[in-house]
Design a protein around this ligand. Structure first.
Ligand SMILES: C[S@@+](CC[C@H](N)C(=O)[O-])C[C@H]1O[C@@H](n2cnc3c(N)ncnc32)[C@H](O)[C@@H]1O
Length: 397
């Protein structure tokens, strides 16, 4: 997608979709009752979670609508899918929110050819399966009433598993690669993958990521990188001699050379690097490692959001988006830079906590409070403040 095709106004308008992810969760509970309501096994979403889900829900319709022109089939992989729902807590209220897997199913247009949903917890996967069954069978009138984006969801093409992600990925990739080879022979068009990788911490081993990156099946990835957790562990390794075995598994062996180099460039010793500096350096390192496999990356700094307000104990993540380099300009990179702006902007400009309050108020009342209403009603004015977007080839409104 080149300059102009995706007006920034369009992306900003998409922010209203945050209400839809609450609606999706609510309607599932309205239909399915207690057995699919928020349970102990559901994840309490942390402060920045909404932003990760916004990036995902903006990306899914964009990805699916374009990819179908170039590839015969497109697959969704969610290695840490969870139970399909989580909740935000605000003043003793719990606000249900649809998670990554339900978003992928609800916002894909056309639907993914096949969907792989994995989580190591069997209980979560079973809850996810029940919730998806309800989602797929929501009566047409109800969809209209809630203004759902839903296309028909065919549950036959959804594959559930409860395994360690590092084991599941081998099986999933093998299956997709075989399918790719078969249809490529017949049609000269192959398969494409969009993988959403959302671990709790450092669970994804680098060899698993490499398995996806080095495949002959092309892929786009959205990866939650636990930048603060990694930085803290590396800091402890440098300063207090903690083992870095888990870190090496997660980051690959070369990480240490990279931080040594970066420390030198900053005129510091390794011991003088702060956790925040390591957070930035290691995020950059991870993106560079991905780029070595012929990918382009965009880093969305969710840690920017965390640093505004949340206590340090709240672990910080950055979102790393990766897409395979193409001969011509990759259509997704410009779009991702827009999404980056949409996600980082409230943190920089309004303060994260204010934005959260406004967004939650909007989700609950359906009324657009101050900032959001300005974004939708007076985009030009917001854009004037929003000057950095010009750097990314926009705005064209
Ligand atoms: C942050 S949550 C995922 C949230 C989900 N993407 C959503 O949007 O609701 C991380 C999930 O990873 C799962 N998990 C933790 N370690 C895992 C592993 N080694 N393999 C697979 N899943 C794992 C947890 O059970 C948890 O459900």
């Amino acid at each position: 997608m080149g300059r102009g095709q995706l007006g920034i106004r369009g992306v900003i308008r998409n922010l209203v979709k945050i209400k839809e992810i609450k609606n999706i969760a609510d309607v599932i509970v309205e239909i399915g009752g207690k057995k699919v309501d928020i349970k102990g096994s559901d994840v309490k979403y942390r402060e920045w979670t909404l932003f990760k889900l916004i990036a995902h829900l903006l990306y899914v319709p964009l990805y699916t609508s374009i990819i179908k022109n170039y590839f015969k089939e497109h697959y969704y992989i969610d290695l840490f899918a969870g139970s399909g729902m989580g909740y935000l807590e605000r003043d003793n209220r719990r606000i249900r929110i649809a998670g990554s897997a339900l978003i992928a199913l609800s916002f894909a247009k056309p639907q993914f050819t096949r969907v792989y949903l994995n989580d190591k917890e069997q209980e979560r996967i079973e809850l996810l399966r029940k919730r998806i069954d309800i989602l797929a069978n929501i009566p047409h009138e109800k969809r209209k009433e809630y203004g759902f984006p839903l296309d028909t969801i065919n549950t036959q093409y959804i594959k559930f598993s409860f395994q360690d992600a590092n084991i599941a990925i081998e099986r999933i990739m093998k299956e997709i690669e075989e399918r790719h080879e078969e249809i490529y022979k017949r049609t000269k068009k192959g398969c494409h993958i969009y993988a959403f990788i959302d671990p709790e911490g450092l669970e994804l081993e680098f060899k698993s990521l490499r398995r996806i990156l080095s495949s002959n099946v092309r892929s786009d990835l959205m990866i939650l990188f636990n930048s603060y957790g990694v930085a803290l562990q590396v800091h402890n390794h440098i300063n207090y001699d903690y083992s870095d075995e888990a870190i090496r598994k997660h980051l690959g062996e070369e990480y240490y050379n990279y931080i040594e180099e970066q420390a030198k460039q900053r005129g510091k010793t390794l011991e003088q690097l702060t956790v925040d500096e390591l957070d930035d350096i290691l995020t950059e390192y991870y993106a560079k490692m991905i780029e070595e496999y012929g990918y382009k990356t965009v880093i969305i700094k969710l840690s920017l959001i965390g640093r505004v307000k949340s206590p340090r104990q709240e672990r910080e993540f950055n979102l790393i988006y990766a897409t395979k380099k193409t001969k011509r300009d990759n259509p997704y990179i410009a779009a991702l830079n827009y999404i980056k702006e949409v996600v980082e902007y409230p943190a920089r400009d309004t303060g994260y906590s204010n934005f959260m309050d406004l967004a939650i108020e909007y989700m609950e009342t359906g009324k657009l409070p101050g900032l959001l209403s300005d974004i939708i009603d007076k985009p030009e004015e917001v854009l004037r403040r929003y000057s950095t977007s010009a750097k990314f080839g926009g705005p064209v409104i």
